[in-house]
Design a protein around this ligand. Structure first.
Ligand code: HEC
Length: 163
């Protein structure tokens, strides 16, 4: 009986210990890392931990199929690294730019609309997985993309810079 009690205590301690470790790693995403550009006018915002989590879930669900580790399967020239995003027209190294892209996708030079080529919420009849995504969810997935270079360094976006 006593032995069993001891085991239970040890097991709960281990559980609490593990729990602390996992929440500690979440805290490592400090405000500095979670600060991203909100728009092209230089405004910034701090993503909440909740938004990062939501963004990750959405990205894994709906984007990794083509954008594993920030690369782009069928067009390696247009990755999700910060440089590639910043040099796009209009710039997409900010929340508003990516959210807009997910509503109205255009080619890298901004010249041609590509509703039939890239998942977007406007033509969710073509892309059912984009149906019912709220602005808040689009912001979360954009935020998730923007902080990956800070977390993964050159492992994000293929480590290449396309200009
Ligand atoms: C079916 C494959 C596919 C899926 C799924 C997909 N993308 Fe893309 N994405 C592409 C392709 C291809 C391009 C490049 C388009 C072009 O030719 O300009 C691209 C480009 C982009 C760009 C522009 C990158 C730049 O440097 O300008 C962003 C941002 C982006 N995708 C975000 C997302 C997000 C977020 C999701 C998930 C909601 C997603 N994509 C899902 C294929 C995909």
């Amino acid at each position: 009986m006593l032995k069993r009690l001891c085991l239970t205590v040890v097991a709960s301690l281990l559980f609490v210990f593990q729990f602390n470790i996992s929440s500690a790693s979440a805290v490592e995403l400090d405000e500095n890392i979670r600060t991203v550009k909100l728009n092209d006018q230089g405004e910034e915002m701090v993503l909440s931990l909740q938004q990062v989590k939501q963004g990750q879930r959405l990205f894994v669900d709906k984007c990794t199929y083509c954008h594993k580790a920030g690369t782009t399967k069928t067009n390696p020239n247009v990755g999700l690294g910060l440089k590639a995003l910043a040099n796009a027209e209009p710039a997409k190294d900010n929340i508003a730019g990516i959210v807009d892209y997910l509503k109205n996708p255009v080619t890298y030079d901004g010249e041609i609309e590509i509703y039939e080529l890239h998942p977007n919420t406007t033509r969710s009849d073509l892309y059912p997985m984009m149906r019912n995504l709220t602005d808040e969810e689009l912001e979360s997935v954009a935020g998730y993309i923007l902080i990956q270079p800070e977390i993964r360094g050159t492992m994000w976006g293929g480590g290449k810079v396309y200009n």
